[in-house]
Design a protein around this ligand. Structure first.
Ligand code: MRU
Length: 363
């Protein structure tokens, strides 16, 4: 995507040939700045501290982290250590394991001297593949928006609600939930996006809003609790969210609060779709509620809020009484029965094992 007229991905190999650059997402929306990763520990820190986040980008960063690690130590022990260190950074997005296993499986077959170069090639491949997958999601999702637009009066806009950031910043480029939105906007379909703020880390308010603004897509930021009310009033035509892990049976695990949107959507007859890159399907599990590990993040993300102060500096304020405990489960599971469809790079699947298998018979 373009930022100030210049095309960017969220992660790219640096010109020095020895490091990787990322957009530091902890600084958005107030500053657009790159950060450099040169070691395994820096890559692991970037994922854990959410300088990079979003399921596909976590996977892509981990692949680059393997390259950084193998440049320093390509022994069997170094390979195991890098895989384990990166795998431990965040538990929910299955793309992390998918990318790490893919790199390890191929480099483990090689002599240590050949490993780093292969890891580099695989990291490039994983990034390019992610972009191609997101183009597929755009193509598969666009007809859904076009069909809604066709039922509207001329010039009346299609209202899409999204949660968290499953956008360009959550992948390598283009995004997942935003891919059909950008495609529709670019095709001249009038649309408007309701952007859930997404407490506690506010990925909607700070990242999705920034992306949409940057691309010129009309949007409105709302508090997380407003979606149900807007659906009751007929102001939401479609919900599209991302997913950090989709079970083989079509359950969708995404940012905390997604489930409540799906319930409200069902109650109001609003179609609820998840944009699903195949790298976020966990074919080994069938029951999202029991089998997906839900990340529990620091209470401080709930009790404190960071933003730009009136003097332009970035500051953090406390929201809750000192001494009140806080809990911070970061994801929830939306059962397949509440999901209208899964927008994958191979087309829209019914949220069921049969639906997914129809599109991915050989996995
Ligand atoms: O905690 P985050 O910001 O990494 O969570 C991101 C999301 O929940 C996205 O919706 C998700 O990664 C989907 S992208 C296919």
């Amino acid at each position: 995507m373009n930022v100030s007229g210049r095309p960017y991905r969220t992660i790219w190999p640096a010109a020095d040939g020895m490091s990787v650059e990322i957009i530091d997402q902890t600084r958005l929306p107030h500053a657009f700045a790159a950060a450099r990763l040169t070691t395994l520990d820096e890559a692991a820190h970037a994922i854990r501290a959410m300088l990079v986040r979003g399921a596909p980008l976590i996977g892509a960063t981990a692949a680059w982290g393997m390259w950084l690690a193998l440049r320093a130590d390509a022994s069997d022990a170094g390979l195991s250590h890098a895989h384990a260190t990166l795998l431990a950074t965040r538990p929910t997005a299955v793309n992390l394991r998918w990318a790490l296993d893919r790199v390890r499986a191929q480099v483990a077959l090689l002599a240590p001297a050949a490993r780093a170069a292969t890891a580099h090639r695989l990291a490039v491949e994983i990034c390019d593949e992610d972009v191609a997958v997101n183009r597929g999601i755009a193509a598969a999702g666009l007809p859904l928006l076009r069909a809604i637009a066709a039922r509207k009066a001329a010039g009346e806009r299609v209202n899409v609600l999204t949660h968290c950031n499953a956008g360009w910043l959550a992948g390598v480029d283009l995004g997942m939930a935003t891919a059909p939105i950008y495609a529709a906007h670019d095709a001249g379909i009038p649309l408007h996006v309701w952007v859930d703020e997404t407490r506690p880390r506010n990925q909607g308010a700070s990242l999705t809003a920034w992306e949409l603004l940057n691309h010129g897509v009309p949007h409105t930021v709302i508090v997380d609790n407003a979606g149900g009310h807007l659906m009751q009033r007929g102001q939401v035509d479609l919900v599209i969210v991302g997913t950090d892990r989709t079970t083989a049976t079509g359950d969708v695990c995404n940012k905390i609060g997604t489930y409540l949107k799906a319930l409200a959507a069902r109650d109001n007859g609003v179609p609820f779709y998840a944009a699903v890159p195949s790298s976020s399907i966990d074919w080994t599990i069938r029951d999202g509620l029991r089998e997906i590990p839900i990340e529990e993040r620091a209470a401080r993300e709930v009790t404190h809020l960071t933003g730009r102060l009136a003097d332009g500096t970035i500051g953090t304020v406390a929201l809750t009484p000192t001494g009140s405990p806080a809990a911070n489960p970061a994801f929830d599971v939306t059962p397949a029965r509440l999901v209208t469809g899964l927008i994958t790079e191979r087309g829209v699947a019914e949220a069921s094992e049969a639906g997914l298998r129809r599109l991915f018979p050989a996995v």
